[in-house]
Design a protein around this ligand. Structure first.
Ligand SMILES: C[S@@+](CC[C@H](N)C(=O)[O-])C[C@H]1O[C@@H](n2cnc3c(N)ncnc32)[C@H](O)[C@@H]1O
Length: 239
């Protein structure tokens, strides 16, 4: 008989409010001996860990540093090093969890980690536990449907500015744009060009201290935006 290999649990811990964690996620996190959390290489802070910390029950916590860079080679090296650390724990026979903000399969480092671990050791068992996404939480704060009837809802990234908006604006009835922190002014300019400024609502720090909803995006232009910022655009009527 071969050695026992632990199972990897990719766990979504929700968007910020510690009450928005699923029972399934909690049960796994209170059972596994080891929990990995992605953090910036500049400091070991992990928001995902901060959200669940109060619920944890003595698991060993290991921060995994992911550099804040777009350099593909540096990122690949970091994912490989982190994947090997997680794999080491699994090959020692222990189950382990990797926690992520919101849902693990929505704009998350978990996807890269998963592919790298599967590439290194295809036999590892992986169980993904979905989490409530940031935009589901924001829609709830706004009491606004993201899509109704035959409408579409596009999920796009604002990390590069307004370009993705231009791509989808013709066909989408509703658009959720995440990562709107760095190029907020460019995104506003694109919304103005597309005549969508009065259809957009900005939400920051949903479920966390400093939560804010702003329906007049022009009032925010020129400001430094926090990382946890998004814009919801409803072409058929504002949120
Ligand atoms: C790397 S993505 C993570 C998405 C996450 N996995 C999810 O399911 O929502 C980070 C972006 O998610 C959005 N985000 C995550 N949590 C948020 C929150 N509590 N309030 C507002 N935006 C949030 C922001 O747009 C942020 O730039």
């Amino acid at each position: 008989m071969g050695e026992k290999i632990g199972t990897l649990y990719g766990v979504g811990v929700g968007p910020g409010d510690p009450d928005l964690i699923t029972l399934k996620a909690l049960r796994v996190l209170q059972r596994v001996p080891q929990i990995f959390a992605a953090c910036s290489s500049k400091n070991s802070y992990s928001l995902a860990l901060n959200i669940v910390q109060r619920h944890l029950d003595g698991a060993k916590i290991t921060p995994l540093a992911f550099p804040m860079t777009k350099d593909a080679e540096i990122l690949k090296e970091a994912w490989e090093a982190n994947a090997r650390r997680v794999l080491q724990a699994l090959l020692a026979g222990e189950d382990a969890a990797f926690i992520t903000l919101g849902d693990p399969l929505t704009y998350s480092t978990y996807g890269y980690l998963l592919r790298t671990i599967k590439g290194l050791h295809p036999g590892v068992e992986v169980v993904t536990i979905p989490g409530i996404t940031s935009f589901n939480a924001a829609a709830a704060v706004l009491n606004t449907p993201l899509a109704e009837g035959e409408e579409s809802c596009y999920l796009v990234s604002g990390a590069m500015g307004g370009a993705k908006l231009r791509q989808v604006a013709q066909t989408a009835e509703n658009i959720v744009m995440l990562k709107t922190y760095r190029h907020f002014d460019d995104i506003c300019q694109t919304l103005e060009e597309l005549d969508l400024m009065d259809r957009a609502t900005y939400v920051r720090l949903c479920g966390l201290n400093g939560e804010m909803v702003e329906k007049d995006l022009s009032a925010l232009k020129g400001q430094k935006m926090p990382y946890l910022s998004m814009i919801i655009i409803k072409k058929n009527g504002k949120a």
